[in-house]
Design a protein around this ligand. Structure first.
Ligand SMILES: *[C@@H]1O[C@H](CO)[C@@H](O)[C@H](O)[C@H]1NC(C)=O
Ligand SMILES: *[C@@H]1O[C@H](CO)[C@@H](O)[C@H](O)[C@H]1NC(C)=O
Ligand SMILES: *[C@@H]1O[C@H](CO)[C@@H](O)[C@H](O)[C@H]1NC(C)=O
Ligand SMILES: *[C@@H]1O[C@H](CO)[C@@H](O)[C@H](O)[C@H]1NC(C)=O
Length: 947
């Protein structure tokens, strides 16, 4: 809100007032002419009168009069009495003349008043005529629009599709005798789809881990996992307490704490028995998900309890370690081990992704036990024949060759630094837990982190035993690499699978190489340019933060992958309710005080009845068409949104052939200049309206004036006022009637974050966010709206700002509002955004950012720009230069003071720390209307008069 008050370049546009001056000038000149006329008339009059007086009796000839006048002047020759009477006569004449003049002056003034009142009336009538004409035009096109809408309603032969009733199975699984072919399970032969209707909402049942523990005396579930999984699943909206409506049943297996005896057939039989006696197992474990999550112990033995020794029937197994012949592709699920905290912000765990290159080009620390690796260090002058012999002997052992090659690489002549250790220093203590065919992690978590955050790439070596398609250690190595912003290089990448690979495109964030390419690896890594390095790092971080970093993320992801497999859409994203500031009994006063805009004679579009944007039209298709983007780019498969800024666009001809509903092509498709343009929205998207959201705090009159100015704004759906003050509006406040509903929402607390809450009362995709004191003219709003319709995923608005690299510090950013030909932010005190971003701002952004906004009572607009640029990798769009800023009676100082700027500097730097890089992008582009500054024939109109 405060942002707009800065001492920035505002363009005072006073066309209206200019016109007024002209009018008065014209009037003034008229009056002067009239006065001159009157003066001339009066002087003539007077002269005539005097002449008449002087000449006395008619008929006297001129010369006589002349002589008499001469004698008249000759006072000396006059008698005193004569003179006296003369003087008296003169005085009489003077009085009478001045009386006459007074009368005339009065008359003149009356006439003058009449003249000016008439010309005023003429002006008023002209103005009135213009208004009426515009109103008439507007009504005409409104009628046309209404007719189009009506025609559509009549012609539409497909009625608005109503979703079928939510079908729930409401029946516990039948008992079927166990089948043998569970090894070849796929969704089609082992999954019971009848429990999971498309509209069921995907109910998930969790066997309470406190009641149904799949344990015996030596085998227990890690306590942290037990409580955390239960808790985090509790936050998952799909969870149901009713097993008879559930689509899937989750069983928590957890991690083996004591390995001794677990492999004995007795204890395995106990486990199997417990599994099979689960109340809804149904004989074969259909639709059961066995969560076997590794946490502390990453060894293969514990990571894979179900390696064929237990009959798990048709249950889907979710774990980190799988044997190739055990893993049923697109049925079982490979997940990362649970290594992070239960939930919350985890950005602090991450390393910044910039700079692209770090100290070490590549690092690796791992060890294979029980297999002494001979490292060859060629020494000067030494005879290394024996060693070479050994390599030749071991030729068929690729791993030895790899070790050999990598060791040579580290001591080679390259400038690149490597940190490659095949023996742990210090040595791994617990020999028992390390495996003889997979690379154990060296050192402690923090010592590994120290190395990884200095590494551009992190090597992940596939297990020596190719029977494994995934191991907990590999998944843990991946987890740690991504967390530290080191790009994973999977050597043996064609031999293993990474987690969730049915939905995540790992090639965007990791490099996969067959082991045979080890000699080409260095060349390949060096050939990757910085922009791709940073793209991969950013991608890795997005995935880590959403899907792996927290237990909540892991649990939600597992459920989302299975749901996605079944083609069931996620549950709708939560909207914020819009409680009114007024109670049910109170009826706010109305006022018909309308502030008409000086530019109101320009017809900008039809006035239509409210038309909410169609919602939830792509429930079943966006998750198919945008599946890749949803999982990998927007990293948000957990929510269903009513619309997306990225929704697909029809080809132009479809609007005329078959799919014309909602489209309002310009000139019915024939095109046209200003007149036709103002009548229809045109563009590539169907007709729509926008909602204005105003955040206000204890400036009632300013707000009321701003609201009153919105009267007659085309395409306006609704005005949502967020009442941030705990004080309710005064009761006698008169709210203007502007032709659309004004919803005044009581905010739960005074926060600038309320500006971006996804209120359920916002029913359009387009949201115009404005400050309560911002004055945008109607044509500017209209133009902004039209531009936004072509840049729906960007912030489109008026006041531009930029982030500037600090010239003194060389290590931080400054917020800058100076005149500039390049900008990177558009302030949301006057900007269009898609409603989708309000969901993301409120639920997707790290909490730390909203907290910072609350701490400073500032920067919410910067945060929104960060969010949109982060997601889209696009800068905002600035429209037109004319932006009137008027704020009668506002304290100007609020944001001009230095602390405001200091806070904004700090925000920018803090936000870029949270994102791990600076997401803002520069732009030198500004949108003006097409025919702006174009010479056009007289019979044509521009798109906008002034823009
Ligand atoms: C899509 O999902 C939303 C939210 O669950 C629902 O309100 C809407 O009716 C659904 N639309 C269709 C066509 O199924
Ligand atoms: C690989 O591991 C499997 C399962 O543990 C084992 O049966 C097999 O013998 C191992 N292969 C080699 C070459 O070590
Ligand atoms: C409703 O609000 C008005 C004005 O805020 C107040 O005067 C009135 O007492 C309230 N009524 C109830 C029932 O709370
Ligand atoms: C804006 O420009 C003025 C004059 O060039 C300069 O003094 C000032 O430091 C600039 N402000 C910022 C924030 O860069």
């Amino acid at each position: 809100m405060a942002g707009l008050l800065e001492s920035a370049p505002y363009y005072q546009f006073d066309n209206g007032r200019g016109a007024c001056h002209c009018l008065t000038r014209i009037k003034l000149s008229k009056v002067i002419i009239i006065i001159l006329l009157i003066l001339v008339v009066v002087s003539l009059f007077t002269h005539n009168y005097l002449t008449k007086l002087d000449t006395g009796s008619p008929g006297m000839d001129i010369s006589q009069t002349h002589s008499r006048l001469e004698t008249f002047e000759d006072f000396t020759s006059m008698k005193a009495s004569d003179l006296k009477s003369r003087i008296e006569e003169m005085l009489r004449i003077k009085t009478s003349v001045s009386n006459e003049l007074r009368d005339l002056e009065g008359k003149r003034q009356r006439l003058q008043r009449d003249v000016s009142s008439f010309s005023q009336k003429i002006d008023d009538l002209k103005q009135e005529l213009l208004h009426q004409q515009t109103d008439l035009d507007r009504l005409k096109i409104s009628v046309v629009q209404a007719q189009a809408a009506q025609r559509e309603a009549v012609e539409r032969n497909t009625p608005e599709l109503a979703p079928p009733k939510r079908i729930l199975i409401n029946k516990l699984p039948d008992i079927i005798s166990t089948i043998d072919n569970s090894r070849s399970c796929k969704m089609y032969n082992c999954f019971d789809h009848s429990r999971c209707a498309l509209t069921s909402g995907f109910p998930v049942y969790l066997y309470d881990p406190d009641l149904y523990t799949i344990v015996n005396n030596n085998w227990d579930i890690d306590g942290f996992l037990r409580t955390t999984i239960k808790q985090t699943l509790g936050y998952n909206p799909h969870l149901t307490k009713n097993p008879s409506e559930a689509c899937i049943f989750i069983v928590l297996i957890g991690e083996v704490l004591s390995l001794k005896e677990t492999k004995t057939s007795f204890s395995l039989r106990v486990i199997e028995q417990k599994l099979h006696s689960l109340p809804y197992w149904g004989g074969d474990g259909r639709n059961h998900i066995l969560l076997n999550l590794a946490r502390r112990d990453l060894s293969v033995a514990s990571g894979n309890i179900f390696s064929g020794s237990i009959n798990t029937g048709r249950a889907i197994i979710v774990q980190s370690t799988f044997l190739r012949n055990q893993y049923r592709e697109n049925y079982d699920l490979i997940v990362p081990p649970i290594l992070g905290p239960p939930g919350g912000d985890i950005w602090q765990e991450c390393e910044k992704i910039v700079p692209a290159r770090r100290k070490y080009l590549l690092s690796f620390q791992g060890e294979i036990k029980n297999k002494k690796i001979k490292t060859i260090t060629p020494r000067q002058g030494d005879d290394t024949d024996a060693d070479i012999e050994k390599i030749i002997i071991d030729e068929n052992n690729l791993d030895n060759f790899i070790i050999q090659h990598l060791n040579e690489m580290t001591i080679g002549t390259t400038m690149d630094k490597f940190l490659i250790q095949f023996e742990c220093i210090p040595a791994i203590e617990n020999n028992e837990l390390t495996d003889s065919f997979d690379w154990s992690l060296c050192g402690t978590e923090s010592s590994r982190k120290e190395i990884l955050k200095q590494s551009t790439f992190s090597l992940i070596l596939a297990p020596a035993n190719t029977s494994y398609i995934s191991t907990s250690t590999i998944q843990a190595r991946l987890y740690e690499s991504l967390r530290s912003g080191a790009i994973p290089v999977v050597l043996g990448g064609d031999q293993i699978l990474l987690s969730y690979d049915e939905v995540l495109l790992w090639k965007k964030s990791a490099i996969f190489l067959p082991k045979a390419r080890v000699t080409e690896m260095h060349f390949l890594l060096r050939a990757i340019p910085d922009n791709d390095l940073l793209t991969m790092k950013r991608q890795g971080r997005l995935i880590w933060e959403r899907y792996m970093g927290t237990v909540q993320g892991s649990v939600d992801t597992i459920i989302a992958v299975i749901r996605d497999r079944l083609g069931i859409p996620p549950l709708p994203a939560i909207q914020t309710t819009s409680p009114s500031v007024f109670n049910d009994t109170f009826v706010p006063l109305k006022s018909d005080n309308i502030i008409t805009e000086p530019e109101a004679e320009e017809s900008l579009g039809p006035l239509e009845p409210p038309y909410p944007s169609p919602a939830y039209k792509r429930n079943y298709t966006s998750m198919l068409i945008h599946r890749h983007e949803i999982w990998n780019d927007w990293v948000d498969p957990f929510n269903l949104y009513p619309q997306l800024p990225f929704d697909t666009v029809l080809p132009s001809d479809a609007k005329f052939i078959g799919s014309d509903v909602g489209f309002r092509p310009i000139g019915k498709g024939a095109g046209g200049a200003g007149k036709e343009f103002s009548e229809s929205l045109g563009g590539n998207h169907p007709r729509e309206q926008f909602t204005i959201v105003i955040l206000t705090y204890e400036r009632e009159q300013v707000l009321i004036n701003s609201l009153a100015r919105l009267y007659g704004l085309p395409y306006l759906n609704k005005v949502v006022v967020v009442w941030n003050s705990p004080k309710l509006p005064v009761e006698d406040l008169r709210w203007p009637e502007i032709g659309v509903p004004i919803v005044i929402i009581k905010a739960s607390k005074n926060s600038l974050n309320n500006r971006f809450l996804p209120f359920d009362s916002i029913e359009t995709e387009a949201v115009l966010s404005v400050d309560d004191d911002a004055h945008l003219r109607h044509d500017e709003i209209m133009f902004g709206f039209r531009v936004w319709r072509e840049h729906r995923d960007q912030v489109v608005g008026f006041p531009g700002r930029f982030h500037a690299w600090d010239q003194n510090d060389h290590n931080s950013w400054n917020y800058n509002s100076n005149y500039s030909c390049e900008l990177s932010m558009v302030l949301t005190g006057a900007a269009f955004i898609h409603k989708h971003y309000t969901y993301l701002y409120t639920h997707w952004l790290p909490q730390a950012i909203r907290d910072k906004v609350d701490e400073y009572m500032n920067c919410e607009d910067i945060a929104m720009n960060f969010l949109v640029s982060h997601l889209t990798r696009k800068p905002p769009v600035k429209v037109t230069s004319r932006w009137t800023f008027r704020c009668p009676g506002c304290p100007v100082s609020l944001s001009e003071d230095d602390t405001h700027f200091q806070e904004r500097h700090k925000c920018i730097n803090f936000f870029s720390q949270v994102f791990g890089y600076m997401p803002l992008l520069n732009t030198q582009y500004r949108a003006d209307s097409i025919l702006f500054k174009t010479r056009i024939p007289h019979d044509k109109q521009k798109c906008f008069k002034f823009i």
